[in-house]
Ligand binder design. Structure first.
Ligand code: COA
Length: 314
């Protein structure tokens, strides 16, 4: 049985169409100055006809290629998404067929914490010996649940997908993972639909979400480091959920990590929910900042609230 679940490949994909802050200011009462200074976001990618599965497929194929394994070698696929293509079947099963895999595949829904929850789940399968090679993806077409007339939310979100291939390993990998949920915050962040009224859009109390995100993720980062007997100086990189630069700066300050050790992609991607962490990870792996053997802290929070962290040796 393998001691650790280790990332052996990363991949990502962004749809080609870019919507800048200036583009948004032509249709809603906002400005590049307001959005940039309050969030750090400059632009986001938006799908035209692509589905969540289409984005996931390209990200997954890139990750498999880096890992040097075929889709038929996978033992499990876990796809984190808030924007599945259909109520059923799971988008993960659509993806399984699209990439030519034959293993079990399921979706996991923990909104912006979805990738952390999926990674943590995959780790359990590997550590118990139930699986050896697992594909974990975060893929979102959030633009389909954004009210483009609501300036308090339309400025924040984007579409994209990120993926990792995990393999059993005895030489490092995930060292610590933790997931948490507290369902009493429904009114702070939700999609205002149910299965009777199918059409719904994101509704958010931005200030409340901001405060909870900073306090939950700072506390969790401190606890994670403590559980591993580590200090923040021993981290090579933080790869946080990309929601708002001010949230990231506040957390980094509290755990005393300089910003040049934090991977930031939200300026170009916006908040891509479950895709944001694996997208940021893949960008930094491919541009050479993240190197094999380095220690990474991944953290994310989403509606619910659900939040979690993964500390790993890359
Ligand atoms: N453009 C211009 N003005 C805007 C605006 C926009 N896009 N959105 C809101 N405003 C206005 C408000 O109406 C308000 O005006 P008022 O003072 O006249 O009432 C003012 O700007 C301040 O609004 P406020 O909501 O207090 O701003 P903020 O500093 O809290 O920033 C967010 C708003 C949404 C950027 C910020 O709260 C945030 O990012 N929260 C976290 C959201 C998040 O990450 N969600 C996903 C979590 S996974």
């Amino acid at each position: 049985m393998s001691k650790f679940a280790r990332i052996i490949g990363t991949g990502s994909y962004l749809p080609p169409e870019i919507v800048t802050n200036n583009d948004l200011s032509k249709t809603i009462d906002t400005s590049d100055e307001w959005i940039s200074s309050r969030t750090g976001i400059k632009q986001r990618h938006i799908v035209s006809t692509e589905t969540t599965c289409d984005l996931a497929q390209i990200a997954a194929e890139n990750a498999l290629e880096m890992a040097g394994i075929k889709s038929t070698e996978l033992d499990l696929i876990i796809l984190a998404t808030t924007t599945p293509d259909k109520i059923f079947p799971a988008t993960a099963t659509l993806l399984q067929t699209a990439i030519g895999a034959t293993c079990p595949a399921f979706d996991l829904q923990a909104v912006c914490a979805g990738f952390i929850f999926a990674l943590t789940t995959a780790e359990q399968y590997i550590k118990t010996g139930a699986a050896e090679k697992v594909l974990v993806i975060g893929s979102e077409t959030l633009s389909r649940i954004v009210d483009w007339n609501d300036r308090s939310t339309a400025i924040l979100f984007g579409d994209g997908a990120g993926a990792v291939v995990l393999s059993g390993s005895n030489e490092g990998g995930i060292l610590h993972s933790k997931i948490l949920s507290d369902g009493k915050y429904l009114s702070a962040l939700q999609v205002n639909n149910n299965y009777i009224n199918q059409t719904g859009f994101i509704q958010m109390s931005g200030n409340e979400v901001f405060k909870i995100a900073v306090s939950s993720l700072s506390t969790l980062a401190e606890e994670t480091l403590k559980s591993c007997g580590m200090t923040a100086e021993q981290l090579d990189w933080m790869v946080p959920h990309q929601a708002n630069i001010r949230i990231i700066v506040a957390i980094a300050k509290r755990i005393k990590t300089p910003l040049d050790k934090v991977i930031i992609t939200l300026d170009k991607h916006g908040n891509t929910s479950a895709a944001s962490i694996p997208l940021a990870l893949d960008v930094a792996v491919r541009d050479g900042r993240i190197q094999k053997g380095q220690t990474l802290l991944l953290e994310g929070i989403g509606a619910g609230f659900s939040w979690g962290s993964v500390l790993l040796k890359f």
